[in-house]
Ligand binder design. Structure first.
Ligand code: BDP
Length: 656
């Protein structure tokens, strides 16, 4: 067992009768999947328009011992096939004994897209599961089997689009040579209902086209993009469009030519418009000069509301800073009523322990949807955690995050708990085996608590960005790199001093609270009402501040860090319960990663508490586990990793 089959592990001893309206690449896949796996009633696939079904929606009806599956599209029928198989693995549909049932499913968003941060040299920015799947050197001549397996896995959870390359984009991706390679992938993905998109470099007309400018209002630049769009669509007729990171972290953009983000986005949107292509324009911008990084995307984009073409979607990270273990939602959501917006989640665990830590992320995304109504968004994107590792994602449980992203993009009102249950039953446990149920229950609990545990042992109570300078894996709250950008330094975020800790974003500080709707603004702005989990995000609170628990802030901080550590220890025990119920390979893999996580949790706790104690001058409460490290030793820890590597246990043990 090597984990390569993901959640698609159903046995292949099926025998049901499947009827299809015609042969086609997509329908052939649907029939093949059902013939291989479906053990229930005979299934008839029907292509039919239906007022209640969107183009990719489907309906499944059980009448007189037969299932009729209808959809206006072939892709909808394919999704229905995967849905049936999923329900079968969950043991709750399609058994002949059950009475008549009907299921209607419509995806919440037309665009459910993965963002790969894959470079053309096959390294992956913030990727911790091997190299990029896309073997650019061998494409288009040699086609890896994994391309189709990738498409199948995505289709099985409803993902229908993919951006192949890093947002820090090389202009080479738009060269004729690379477009042929992209086409080869698009051809493989198409029958699975997946469209290809590309990240573009805004300076491509200069870097690739030899123009002297990339000014979006320059007529040669406009003509260059029009011509490029024509070439792309000649090669890939159903090409989806562009994803753009502009004027962010050193990337070129319209502001280099004194134009706005809207002017830049619109120029590209006009070039793609004749072909129904779209532009996803990222709002991830912040400059070193302004006071509070958390305010900047809003300040820059909110005034542009109403200025974007209708085929532009502004893509916004869930939080206002950068994919931290916990952030409040970005106040830009809802602040641009005349502009389509989409959320960007990070599936890859850049700030949650890479692929060493078990962190089920769906509860974090669910938390986002507590604040941002799913219906207010146009689409949903996730930064992929997929690579050439045999099990695709590095950590066996990181597969659950890919799975959950797809399921939530299809239906954001599914709970994280339901999705975890679905995934566990398909990936590890047998829903028909009563002995599995109590174990699955424990492992389910572990998943559900895992993200909060990371928050606790890394950055509880609203703390954020305490990461080491060279990587985003371990703690370095003391980090001080002379001459470096202040907003890349942990002290910019925690602001610990003798009085207290936290970033004052209330009206007495940066006033970021004012970017939120009134009721939330009031709640967050007042230190007495601000929820504990955001306290140090919005306030510089005194060490003696009384928390909701009645404890002082310092004591609460100690308890939270300690709780995170204890949680990981409890995960280790829970996981051991699974030993006799699942295969030894995946069992051992998870078990050894939990060991790393347990040591890392202590590392985080000791580093942060010992360091912050120098400011608070207070003692840790009696019950809290004592440090096992010296602060000075921890300050010496340097991991020799860059932004596309996961530290190995050996490396960690030698360094810590
Ligand atoms: C940050 C990553 C960086 C990305 C950037 C982005 O550290 O590698 O390029 O976000 O989203 O989280 O553009």
């Amino acid at each position: 067992e090597d984990g390569s089959r993901l959640w698609l592990r159903q046995s292949t001893d099926a025998h049901a009768q499947i009827t299809t309206p015609r042969q086609s690449p997509t329908l052939n896949i649907a029939v093949r999947e059902l013939k291989q796996a479906w053990k229930g009633l005979p299934v008839t696939l029907v292509l039919k328009k239906d007022k209640q079904l969107s183009s990719e929606g489907f309906r499944i009806r059980q009448v007189n011992g037969k299932l009729t599956v209808t959809s206006p599209s072939e892709t909808g029928l394919l999704y229905a096939a995967y849905h049936l198989i999923r329900l079968q693995e969950m043991q709750n549909f399609g058994k002949p004994s059950e009475t008549d049932q009907e299921i209607t499913e419509n995806p919440a968003y037309d665009l459910r897209i993965l963002n790969h941060w894959d470079n053309l040299d096959r390294s992956i920015e913030r990727g911790y599961a091997g190299k990029s799947l896309w073997n650019w050197e061998e494409l288009p001549g040699t086609l890896s089997d994994r391309y189709e397996a990738y498409a199948r896995a995505n289709a099985s959870i409803g993902i229908n689009a993919t951006v192949l390359n890093n947002v820090n984009a090389s202009s080479k991706i738009l060269s004729a040579e690379y477009l042929e390679k992209v086409k080869a992938l698009a051809d493989i993905f198409r029958p699975y209902g997946i469209k290809v998109y590309l990240s573009i470099n805004f300076a491509s007309p200069m870097q690739l086209g030899g123009l002297s400018t990339a000014d979006p209002l320059d007529k040669d630049v406009i003509a260059w993009w029009k011509q490029k769009a024509k070439e792309i669509y000649r090669t890939i007729p159903d090409f989806g469009g562009f994803l753009v990171k502009a004027n962010s972290e050193g990337q070129p953009g319209p502001c280099d030519f004194n134009r706005t983000h809207a002017e830049g986005a619109n120029m590209l949107a006009d070039a793609l418009k004749p072909y129904k292509g779209i532009v996803m324009w990222r709002a991830f911008v912040y400059s070193p000069t302004d006071a509070d990084r958390a305010k900047q995307a809003y300040l820059e984009f909110q005034p542009l509301d109403g200025q974007f073409r209708d085929n532009v979607i502004v893509q916004i990270k869930n939080g206002p800073v950068d994919f931290q273990p916990r952030e409040p939602y970005s106040p830009l959501f809802g602040a641009m009523p005349r502009t389509p917006q989409m959320v960007e989640f990070q599936i890859t665990q850049e700030y949650l322990g890479f692929s060493n830590h078990l962190a089920y992320l769906a509860p974090m995304w669910e938390e986002f949807f507590d604040f941002v109504k799913p219906s207010s968004l146009k689409a949903i994107a996730g930064v992929a955690n997929i690579g050439t590792d045999t099990n695709w994602c590095g950590h066996p449980f990181a597969q659950a995050n890919w799975y959950a992203f797809g399921r939530m993009a299809w239906n954001p009102s599914l709970t994280s708990g339901t999705i975890a249950e679905e995934w566990l039953k398909q990936t590890f446990f047998d829903a028909s085996n009563p002995k599995h149920a109590p174990i699955a229950y424990e492992i389910h609990n572990m998943m559900m608590e895992s993200r909060e545990a990371v928050v606790d042992y890394m950055m509880p109570l609203g703390l954020h960005h305490l990461f080491a300078w060279g990587h985003h894996y371990g703690p370095e709250p003391w980090c001080d790199v002379p001459g470096a950008r202040p907003d890349w330094m942990p002290s910019y975020y925690h602001k610990a001093d003798k009085q207290g800790i936290g970033f004052d974003r209330s009206h007495t500080g940066s006033n970021a609270t004012a970017q939120y709707p009134d009721s939330l603004c009031r709640l967050y702005d007042d230190i007495r009402t601000c929820p504990d989990e955001y306290l140090l995000w919005f306030h510089h609170a005194p060490w003696q501040h009384t928390m909701q628990s009645g404890r002082t802030l310092w004591d609460e901080l100690c308890y939270r860090y300690d709780h995170g550590v204890q949680q990981v220890r409890s995960f280790q025990k829970k996981w051991d319960l699974a030993e006799n119920y699942i295969d030894a390979e995946r069992f051992k893999d998870v078990q050894s990663r939990l060991k790393i996580q347990a040591r890392d949790a202590v590392w985080w706790k000791d580093a942060c508490l010992l360091y912050f104690q120098e400011f608070s001058g207070m003692r840790a409460p009696y019950e809290v586990e004592r440090p096992i490290h010296e602060l000075d030793d921890l300050k010496q820890v340097k991991l020799p990793i860059d932004n596309h590597e996961c530290p190995t246990p050996k490396m960690l043990n030698e360094r810590r």
